[in-house]
Design a protein around this ligand. Structure first.
Ligand SMILES: Cc1ncc(COP(=O)(O)O)c(C=O)c1O
Length: 464
């Protein structure tokens, strides 16, 4: 056998793409040649080298990742022809659609000189100060140290993922898989938590949300041996998809568990500024810690400008909390190379310093939710959430499963909603997303109302 032809039994199973199969075939053809001692032709040699490199490069943990909910939706709709007489309305993707405020756009244009310098991973002191000021005021904290307790990130998604890489010990289960680190996730959940846990070498453990308790997770059901292995716990408050906000009692329970078992709490609060009563902003994790008379030990919160300021394309957020965790996280990020562009940093300073555009943004959601929720409540089990921009509607009374509901609604009325089961995992004998659909009320008021009316018509059309 020629020296540069290598065989790996798992190769074909791991690389099932057409290109890889073609390379394998070339490899096999060359290996079978009787004159294999002759020099390998250049195209074959190149393909063999590429195959060799690809084999070396692949992390087997990638195989543990699930397809994203929108990919599952694409498959569900693959053979469905939507009603061509109606224009498409999407409640599917949770992407803010209100215009990005002028103060952000102007700040971007005015700071283009920043493109000529490499940014520091820790961000500028000015940005950290702006974030610290916002956090202090929003959560009524006496003080937060901009130098050690705040770190800008390129959107909360990458930070949620990266944090797990910095916190979870991948060596815990090397000798004994039964000792693998556990990452506790709510269920249903934002899918990044699961991928972050798996690629950090940990094992996700799902705690189902309970509709009877305003979709709170019942942590009392988690066995002692699971807590003992837990290194990281994700909470999402306000929750995606349920909109539920953790109460002070929920936080008290989680802090006590973290004190007992030593795990880190990552509180994903990227929807914190979308709420429906100006006098009742959702309670944050740092705020809860302060109200309970404790510091930020083992606690970090993540926030973002994507939803608050309608700037998802800017990729700007922050992590704040326990200085010891942030120190390690900064070290990790220095290597990861995720420093925020100076242009986005300047625009972020402008955005965190202004609340008028955030109030205007909220007013639009208030208008949509106050109109659409009662319309849908006539035909589905749905109520105004605590916060965030989703309606989490139980469709069981239509007699359809969540995916059948989504499929038929798309076919008959050209409206997209996301089946709840795509946002959760089967755990403890149930998929807690089953029977629900998620509606992201991100389009403008008129479109949301039209989409809601079509859902009402659809549900009524199902009645015998
Ligand atoms: C619960 C949750 N967390 C985090 C994110 C990431 O947001 P971003 O990276 O834009 O800050 C999203 C985005 O939809 C989300 O739904």
């Amino acid at each position: 056998m020629p020296r540069n032809v290598q065989t790996t039994p798992s190769y074909n199973s791991r690389f099932s793409s057409r290109r890889c199969r073609a390379t394998c075939a070339a490899n096999a053809r060359y290996a079978r040649r009787s004159d294999a001692a002759a020099p390998c032709p250049l195209p074959v040699r190149l393909s063999l080298q590429l195959a060799y490199l690809a084999r070396q490069a692949v992390n087997p943990l990638l195989d543990t990742l699930q397809s994203y909910p929108f990919e599952k939706l694409r498959v569900l709709f693959k053979d469905v022809t939507p009603n061509a007489g109606l224009r498409h309305i999407s409640f599917g993707i949770g992407e803010p659609k209100h215009p990005t405020p002028a103060l952000i756009r102007d700040a971007i244009v005015n700071s283009l000189d920043g493109l000529s310098v490499y940014p520091a991973t820790a961000g500028t002191p000015a940005l950290r100060e702006a974030i610290a000021k916002w956090v202090t005021e929003r959560y009524s904290l006496p003080k937060i140290d901009a130098a050690t307790e705040v770190l800008p990130v390129s959107g909360s998604r990458e930070a949620l993922f990266a944090l797990a890489q910095a916190v979870v010990d991948p060596t815990a289960g090397v000798k004994d898989p039964a000792k693998r680190a556990i990452v506790l996730c709510p269920n249903p959940f934002y899918q990044i938590y699961e991928g972050a846990a798996l690629l950090a070498g940990g094992e996700p453990y799902f705690v189902n949300s309970d509709p009877a308790r305003n979709f709170a997770c019942d942590y009392s059901q988690v066995p002692e041996d699971v807590w003992a292995r837990t290194q990281l716990l994700f909470v999402c408050s306000p929750g995606n998809p349920t909109g539920a906000v953790l109460t002070l009692d929920d936080w008290r329970e989680l802090f006590a568990l973290s004190d007992k078992y030593g795990f880190v709490i990552a509180s994903d609060e990227c929807y914190s500024e979308i709420y429906f009563d100006e006098t009742k902003p959702p309670l944050g994790g740092l705020e809860a810690a302060r109200q309970l008379g404790r510091g930020f030990e083992r606690l970090v919160m993540l926030s973002s400008l994507s939803k608050r300021s309608n700037a998802p394309g800017m990729r700007s957020g922050f992590v704040a909390g326990d200085a010891a965790i942030l120190k390690q996280f900064l070290l990790y990020r220095t290597y990861h190379g995720s420093a925020m562009s100076p242009v986005w940093q300047s625009a972020s300073i402008a955005a965190w310093g202004d609340e008028a555009h955030v109030r205007d943004n909220r007013a639009k959601y208030v208008q949509k939710f106050s109109t659409v929720t009662p319309m849908l409540a006539d035909v589905l089990d749905v109520k105004l959430p605590d916060a965030a921009f989703y309606l989490w509607a139980n469709v069981s009374r239509t007699g359809l499963t969540d995916d059948a509901f989504a499929q038929r609604l798309y076919a008959d009325y050209n409206v997209t909603v996301l089946p709840g089961s795509f946002l959760a995992r089967e755990a403890h004998g149930a998929n807690p997303g089953a029977g629900f659909v998620r509606l992201a009320l991100v389009a403008d008021v008129a479109e949301c109302i039209e989409g809601a009316q079509r859902i009402v018509d659809f549900c009524r059309s199902l009645k015998p």
